[in-house]
Design a binder for this molecule. Structure first.
Ligand SMILES: NC(=O)c1ccc[n+]([C@@H]2O[C@H](COP(=O)([O-])OP(=O)(O)OC[C@H]3O[C@@H](n4cnc5c(N)ncnc54)[C@H](O)[C@@H]3O)[C@@H](O)[C@H]2O)c1
Length: 429
């Protein structure tokens, strides 16, 4: 039977965790009776966030050791917002302790840790859901609606990336106790693939009739972080002579079983405005978002400049109005909550929806493992000069004939229009 409330523990209360914790407390039926961080002040801050939001409606305990929290607290689930190389380990421990898992984004350190998440989830029956908020971004959802309605024809190629100037955040990792720095010093590959890969994988039915076959990655030289240190900290700074292994631009190509190609770009150490560079190209048209939030579109036969040899772009605005995903129409009526334009609240609501259901997460453990594994595979490919690296099939062949999807408002496989029919009136009354 579907639950209507849950006790959720929260691990990792730095910049991201603080904001997500406050949003999680706003989801119907959620209580957070326990918070955890290795750093005592951050764990204490977790208590403060819960008490402020709930006006001290229930006691909250802070922990430095998440295993102690699992042992002492009566929890249904946990949200993990720690560092990239700790997510999978904590997720496995949580599932073994009988908890559903919602895990912040980041790539995997090894193929083995992905298998461990999959096998632990299978054995325990617990959800292991990557909290990939970009799957619920407004433009991505409208484009998804259009893909499912066949507006782009058959999809041939998709692109995306994480193009975000994070030079100060990376370089000041020690001062701010933030996890990215050592990844950029030691690793070289697509270290943050899932923001755009999540929506792409859902659109291409990955693990449900399609799968990733191979990954090829090539990395440029690395200059941006050294230049930032030179310009902002000077020669006296102890990282001045540090070699950063991670190339400034890492380009990754993924080939799919059904013939599509995907291009990902990781670009966080050179000056530039933010974009996730989303692009969808099919037999009937193209969507492209080179500037954050400002999509453009070209659909064969509908363009007002159709005769022009340049085939000029149309603004996506009117198309989004027409093809708005019903989840966003509903969300807008009810009042969009803060957090990356509203998608953070939706991914948390989706996780809680999956916890209440108790099975078939909207992003399941196969999605989680398949999206995260791209990082360690891309590192291998870069190390071999861009050679193709095979992607494991975490479904063990079930991708060719999976069990039916769970339809619902937060479903990312299909647009389940029927689930909104009555809710709309109830919520807006
Ligand atoms: N989805 C998004 O839009 C989005 C945005 C920002 C960050 N993130 C992701 O969220 C995660 C956290 O980001 P951040 O910027 O807050 O990172 P951070 O490195 O600043 O903080 C990580 C926190 O986790 C704690 N931690 C690490 N290991 C722990 C352990 N074993 N037990 C308890 N606590 C532990 C650290 O003490 C620290 O406070 C990262 O994976 C990041 O990629 C996602």
């Amino acid at each position: 039977m579907r639950k209507t409330s849950a006790n959720i523990g929260f691990i990792g209360i730095s910049g991201r965790g603080s904001g997500m914790l406050d949003l999680l407390l706003q989801v119907d039926g959620v209580k957070v009776p326990a918070v955890c961080d290795l750093i005592p002040e951050r764990a204490e801050k977790g208590i403060e966030i819960v008490e402020n939001r709930t006006e001290k409606a229930y006691p909250v305990h802070a922990y430095l050791d998440y295993k102690e929290m699992f042992a002492n607290e009566d929890l249904d689930a946990v949200v993990i917002a720690t560092t990239w190389i700790t997510h999978a380990m904590i997720a496995v421990d949580a599932m073994n302790a009988g908890l559903h898992v919602g895990m912040e984004v980041g790539g995997a350190a090894s193929v083995e840790e992905c298998w461990e998440m999959v096998r632990t989830s299978q054995r325990t029956g617990k959800i292991c859901m990557l909290l990939e908020n970009c799957c619920y971004c407004r433009n991505e959802m409208a484009v998804f609606n259009m893909i499912r309605k066949g507006i782009f024809g058959e999809i041939v190629h998709m692109e995306g990336g994480y193009r975000h100037d994070l030079r100060d955040e990376i370089c000041l990792g020690r001062e701010n106790i933030h996890g990215r720095l050592y990844n950029f010093i030691h690793r070289n590959g697509e270290v943050y693939p899932t923001h755009q890969l999540g929506p792409i994988a859902k659109a291409l039915n990955i693990n449900r009739g399609n799968r990733f076959l191979t990954v090829n990655s090539v990395a440029s030289k690395s200059r941006g972080l050294h230049q930032w240190i030179k310009d902002n900290k000077g020669e006296e700074y102890d990282l001045y002579n540090t070699t950063f292994n991670c190339g400034d631009i890492v380009t990754t190509i993924i080939k799919c079983a059904n013939g599509e190609t995907i291009k990902l770009t990781h670009d966080c150490s050179l000056p530039r405005p933010y974009t996730r560079d989303y692009e969808v190209q099919g037999t009937k048209g193209i969507y492209s978002e080179p500037e954050d939030g400002k999509g453009r579109i070209y659909i064969d036969g509908t363009h007002k400049e159709h005769q022009s040899w340049t085939h000029e772009w149309d603004d996506f605005g009117p198309w989004r109005d027409k093809y708005e995903h019903p989840l966003w129409s509903l969300y807008e009526k009810g009042g969009i909550k803060a957090g990356h334009g509203g998608m953070d609240y939706l991914i948390l609501s989706s996780f809680v929806d999956s916890v209440y259901e108790g099975e078939k997460a909207n992003i399941d453990v196969y999605d989680t493992a398949t999206w995260m594994v791209i990082t360690c595979l891309s590192e291998q490919s870069v190390a071999m000069g861009g050679a193709p690296v095979p992607v494991p099939d975490f479904t063990n062949g079930k991708w060719i004939d999976r069990e039916p999807i769970r339809r619902g408002m937060y479903c990312l496989e299909e647009v389940c229009e029927e689930c909104y029919e009555n809710i709309d009136e109830e919520k807006t009354e």
